[in-house]
Design a protein around this ligand. Structure first.
Ligand code: SF4
Length: 351
């Protein structure tokens, strides 16, 4: 039997494991802190654990250590994009951004994406696999080690659809949120979904207070279907009903992401329809000037029409802001991340 990835255990699972190898349960807390709070990558760094136990752990488990193989820094705003190698040779991208409210990491949840949103690079080369909980949390540990900076906010907006990898994503949030781990408050964690309706209902019942972001991007089913295949499965009404349930159960405001595409969804009528849809909900609209990708299917709305769109919403009482574009010169902005491979796997894009 191969070695077990010890990062994958929640504290409770680690306690069970430690007892199963004949050791005292309290060691689990010490080990969990070393791995998730301090971020060590070797058992020998665990100075309050006996050599006997460290040797025992080395025999049966390993600490996940993901490697940064490329780092690009934006000349415009200091955003850093990391290419991180996974143990099977796949690679994902994570983006480190500096905001006034703290350092933020945008994490990936899958290698590629099956959702097929027309404006997004992450889906263009198809889907490979979902990430485990430890590979999701590991992006934070890896980037903190590399930058020597504490990350205080996490956004699940990188490659992949988080609610298509539901169990691992929820597990990773619990690990990231744990007081003996990174201890990042759920309110500092945002999860973005294209709208997998049943899993929005499930998430509302998890008792996690994370912020939910909905990639809405259109105000009619027809327009939404033309840019987001998920809209063929769940219509806007079903999606908004799930959002209302999330607000009711968690008391959290929902953020609606709206990528403005020139001539597609940026008219005055679109803005007024958005007002009608969101009226009465505790919501915030985040306008994203769509980021161009090499496939060049869509054009960015111009600054004047973005401002007009924002003013229309704000004047009707829908709180709306335009997202600051970070990292667009290194293809690190929304919708620009792509999966990569680093070995000779078939169909793989060589770096
Ligand atoms: S926007 Fe999100 S859900 Fe849609 S293809 Fe891109 S990564 Fe997938």
């Amino acid at each position: 039997m191969g070695k077990i990835n010890i990062n994958e255990f929640t504290l409770e699972e680690l306690e069970e494991y430690i007892e199963s190898i004949g050791e005292k349960k309290f060691h689990a807390k010490q080990i969990f802190k070393w791995i998730h709070k301090i971020g060590v990558v070797s058992f020998d760094e665990m100075t309050d654990i006996s050599k006997k136990l460290r040797d025992k752990l080395k025999e049966s488990t390993y600490i996940l250590n993901m490697e940064i193989i490329k780092c690009q820094s934006s000349k415009k705003d200091g955003t850093m994009k990391f290419l991180i190698k996974l143990l099977d040779g796949c690679a994902i991208e994570s983006v480190f951004m500096v905001y006034n409210h703290g350092n933020t990491l945008c994490v990936s949840t899958q290698v590629g994406c099956k959702m097929g949103c027309k404006f997004c690079a992450s889906t263009k080369d198809g889907f490979e696999r979902s990430l485990s909980a430890s590979e999701i949390e590991g992006q934070i540990l890896t980037v903190e080690r590399y930058t020597n900076k504490k990350i205080s906010n996490v956004v699940y907006m990188g490659i992949g659809e988080p609610l298509d990898n539901y169990d691992n994503v929820v597990k990773s949030i619990r690990i990231i949120n744990h007081p003996f781990g990174l201890n990042i408050g759920a309110r500092h964690i945002s999860l973005s979904t294209c709208g997998i309706v049943p899993n929005i209902y499930r998430l509302a019942d998890e008792n996690i207070q994370c912020t939910l972001s909905i990639s809405l991007h259109a105000t009619t089913d027809e327009k939404r279907q033309s840019i987001m295949p998920i809209a063929n499965r769940y219509n806007i009404e079903e999606l908004l009903n799930a959002c209302k349930d999330y607000i009711k159960k968690t008391g959290r405001r929902i953020s609606f992401e709206y990528a403005l595409i020139s001539g597609k969804n940026d008219s005055y009528e679109d803005a007024m329809e958005l007002v009608r849809l969101l009226r009465g909900m505790i919501a915030h609209v985040n306008l994203i000037p769509v980021n161009e990708i090499k496939e060049k299917e869509y054009k960015k709305a111009n600054e004047r029409s973005i401002e007009k769109f924002m003013n229309t919403l704000n004047s009707c009482g829908i709180v709306t802001t335009v997202r600051r574009e970070l990292g667009s010169d290194i293809d690190a902005a929304c919708g620009q991340l792509r999966k990569k491979y680093i070995d000779n796997k078939k169909d793989c894009q060589k770096l």
